[in-house]
Structure formats: structure tokens, C-alpha cells
Design a protein around this ligand. Structure first.
Ligand SMILES: C[S@@+](CC[C@H](N)C(=O)[O-])C[C@H]1O[C@@H](n2cnc3c(N)ncnc32)[C@H](O)[C@@H]1O
Length: 236
């Protein structure tokens, strides 16, 4: 067993703000046929880790846009350290972002108002034969608990999600799904940040309430009823 490889993947996972593993992200890129000529735009890129991984594996060009200064600065440092020059990260609000280039792949990691609006946003930057990759949480049951819906907002089933894509003329042609261990990685890393903050501000009741709610939502509802996947969708 190659322990160094496992350690590298754990390190990369720490910079993924999703519940999909490094392996699944690579498998998705492979099934989409990414090459060193592919140009990918990641709207809401976080640390830009998906672009970094796809550059290291397939040699892609990448542009990542995120509103969070801290993510962009840390992501840029990681790219510099890895001597990656084909990927750039930009701090901006994606709803205001402008670009003259049309991309082969556009990744959407947040939903802005509705799935329809979000797809419209991605299409502005997409080549006519390009592919959208939509990261979306979904409900594993047709009637998810109300408390979970209040926490997450609209939670569609996979069937509903598929119909919504179809209505917009899109078909799901690639998928990369979550795993329990990636949920645990995400849930506990967010919790650790919160717990460190509570240690530094012991009188911050709101943070303590949030930490308690975070765990309750995960152990009582999210683990049972919620899934997440990266959906590669393309037009007929
Ligand atoms: C769930 S994270 C996904 C990050 C990344 N795609 C990944 O898998 O690691 C969502 C990201 O959306 C960013 N975000 C939210 N609203 C945004 C906006 N209006 N413009 C740009 N980024 C935004 C957040 O800062 C956060 O990094």
C-alpha cells in the first residue's frame, strides 16, 4: 500500500468543501474526457482544489472564482507551491463576474435563487457543446423532515432533480457521488473550526448553539436523508 499517496489525498481533501472524494473527482474528470487542452471555469471554487487536482492529473487550464478572500489567498499559495501556472484564482462575486472566454466545462457549486437561474449563469460562460458540472445536495426520500428542509432550503429527490435538468434541455451524462467518510471529513472539519472559536470566545453563546445544531442536523437528519453529487449535464 502506498501510504504517501493516501496521505497526499487526505491533505487535498482538507481543501475540498464538498462531500465528494478526490478519487471520485478524478474519475469524473476522466469520464468527461478532460485533457491538457480543456479549459474549465469553476464558479464558487473555494480553494480551487478541484481545478488543482484536474490540472495535476489531466493538465487542464482552469479559472476559479470565489467571493471569499481567505480561500482565494490560500488556494493561490497552494498553486504556487505546486508550481501550477495553468490555473488562476480570482476573488469576485460570481453573479457579477464577467469573462470573454467560453469554456469547455463550467462548474457550479452554489445555487443562486433556483436551479434554472444557476444554469443560466453557467451557460453565459459555456461553449455551445460544453458541459456544466453542478454540485447539488439532494433528498434520499420523497418527504424529507421539515427541520432538514428549513436548514437546507429546497431539497429535491434525484428524480426531481433529473426532471428539472431535462426541462432545461439538459441530460445527466456523468456523476460523482458523495461518501460517508467524505461527509464525516466535512462535518467534523467545520465543527473543529467552530469549537476552536468557542475555546477562544467561551461566552459566545450563539456559536455554541450553532455547534450543537450542526451536530444534531448531521446525526439526526443529514446522514440519513441527504446526499450530494457532482452532476455533469449536457444538452442533447
Ligand atoms: C460549497 S463551497 C464549494 C467550494 C468548491 N467548489 C469545492 O468543492 O471545494 C461554496 C463556495 O461558494 C462560495 N460562494 C458563495 N456565494 C458566492 C458568490 N456569490 N460568489 C462567489 N463565490 C461564492 C463560498 O465562498 C464557498 O467557497
Amino acid at each position: 500500500m502506498n501510504y504517501e499517496n493516501i496521505k497526499k489525498k487526505c491533505e487535498e481533501s482538507n481543501y475540498l468543501i464538498s462531500m465528494v472524494s478526490v478519487e471520485e473527482i478524478i474519475r469524473l474528470g476522466y469520464s468527461m474526457g478532460l485533457t491538457e487542452k480543456s479549459n474549465v471555469l469553476d464558479l464558487c471554487c473555494g480553494y480551487g482544489e478541484v481545478l488543482k487536482i484536474w490540472n495535476e492529473v489531466f493538465g487542464i487550464y482552469g479559472t476559479g472564482v470565489d467571493i471569499c478572500n481567505d480561500f482565494i489567498i490560500k488556494g493561490q499559495k497552494r498553486l504556487e507551491k505546486a508550481q501550477i501556472t495553468k490555473v488562476k484564482l480570482i476573488e469576485d462575486d460570481v453573479t457579477q463576474y464577467t469573462d470573454n472566454i467560453k469554456y469547455d466545462v463550467v462548474i457550479l457549486s452554489e445555487t443562486f435563487d433556483s436551479i434554472e437561474n444557476t444554469i443560466n449563469l453557467g451557460e453565459k460562460f459555456l461553449k455551445s457543446n460544453g458541459m456544466l458540472v453542478y454540485c447539488k445536495t439532494y433528498s434520499k426520500v420523497s418527504n424529507p423532515p421539515q427541520e432538514l428542509v428549513e436548514f437546507e432550503g429546497e431539497l429535491l429527490t434525484l428524480d426531481d432533480l433529473n426532471s428539472r435538468f431535462n426541462k432545461l434541455g439538459y441530460y445527466i451524462t456523468h456523476m460523482a457521488s458523495d461518501s460517508v467518510s467524505d461527509w464525516e471529513r466535512y462535518i467534523t472539519s467545520e465543527a473543529r473550526k467552530n469549537i476552536n472559536n468557542i475555546r477562544n470566545n467561551p461566552n459566545d453563546i450563539k456559536r455554541k448553539e450553532w455547534a450543537d445544531k450542526w451536530y444534531k442536523m448531521y446525526f439526526k437528519y443529514r446522514r440519513l436523508y441527504e446526499g450530494q453529487a457532482l452532476f455533469g449535464v449536457e444538452k442533447l
